[in-house]
Write a protein of this length. Structure first.
Length: 267
């Protein structure tokens, strides 16, 4: 049951600032209807439109959608090709809705691996919407959490090699600064659809203290009612970040947030 908001707590306080979604179940949705898997991906694109609109209306600041993983490149070439084509169609179709609704489109992952016919229009819309302030919509494309951490580790190692950074000065902020998500707060809530209960290489670092919600609904069927259910459950949870309930109630600061530190000293 959802606890009612306390007088000082508005609905907005209880909404996740950053919602991340693993949009899973497109293939099964199609197969269950005797349709080719690509029909599920097509229906999944409509769900993206629906849920983006809902989140924008609700006032969620950051929405991050896992659209294509690094590991998804290993799917049959016809499916990968169809997904790339759908991504292009998504960028073309959603252009007006993104710009008219003051949404900033962003992407994380190895974007350079996407074929040029997708990358070009995607980057163009990202640039065009860069100054928008209503909501940040981030697509994870050719994204893998382990790959992202390896990339960050290489970046740090290079800085140490060049003598710009002492190994002892490497801390959580240094690692976070090497990730794709430097402009994003950590997700508060992760939803995965279609009944699977795993993170499948998504935002491994950033999800450290996210609340997890697993919905049995296939992504193409995910609607406002199902989103509202997830948000209501999120709103009723107590996030403790390692503290006790009493400490949370007393407003004790979170221990996972780094204290302001002195500027990193060179070697
Ligand atoms: C999610 O749906 C979309 C992508 C991974 C691109 P799936 O294609 O994984 O659907 P299922 O899990 O096979 O049903
Ligand atoms: C995760 O779903 C990736 C996306 C939703 C884009 P997968 O369907 O690829 O994950 P697994 O294979 O079930 O772990
Ligand atoms: Mg899947």
């Amino acid at each position: 049951m959802t606890a009612p908001p306390t007088p000082t707590q508005t609905l907005a306080d209880r909404l996740p600032r950053h919602l991340a979604i693993i949009m899973d179940g497109n293939g099964r949705w199609a197969e269950e209807r005797g349709l080719p898997r690509v029909a599920g991906h097509r229906a999944g694109a409509d769900a993206v439109d629906r849920i983006t609109t809902a989140c924008r209306e609700l006032g969620i600041g950051y929405l991050t959608l896992y659209a294509f993983s690094e590991q998804n490149w290993a799917r049959p070439p016809e499916e990968v090709g169809a997904l790339m084509q759908l991504l292009l169609e998504y960028v073309q179709k959603e252009r007006a809705q993104i710009l008219d609704n003051n949404i900033r489109l962003s992407a994380i992952g190895e974007i350079d691996r996407l074929p040029l016919f997708v990358r070009g229009p995607l980057r163009e819309l990202m640039d065009r919407s860069a100054a928008n302030t209503g909501m940040v919509l981030t697509l994870a494309l050719s994204y893998g959490g382990r790959e992202e951490l390896v990339r960050a580790a290489r970046h740090i190692a290079r800085r140490v090699e060049r003598g710009e950074l002492r190994a002892d000065a490497v801390d959580a902020d240094t690692v976070a600064a090497g990730l794709y998500t430097t402009d994003l707060p950590d997700p508060d809530l992760l939803i995965r659809t279609s009944g699977e209960e795993r993170v499948s290489n998504f935002l491994l670092w950033q999800l450290a203290y996210a609340e997890l919600h697993f919905s049995p609904v296939r992504w193409p069927d995910f609607d406002r009612a199902e989103l509202a259910r997830a948000l209501a459950q999120y709103g009723a949870r107590e996030r403790r970040f390692g503290l006790t309930s009493a400490q949370v109630a007393a407003g004790t600061p979170r221990a996972d947030r780094a204290a302001p530190k002195e500027t990193a000293r060179p070697c």
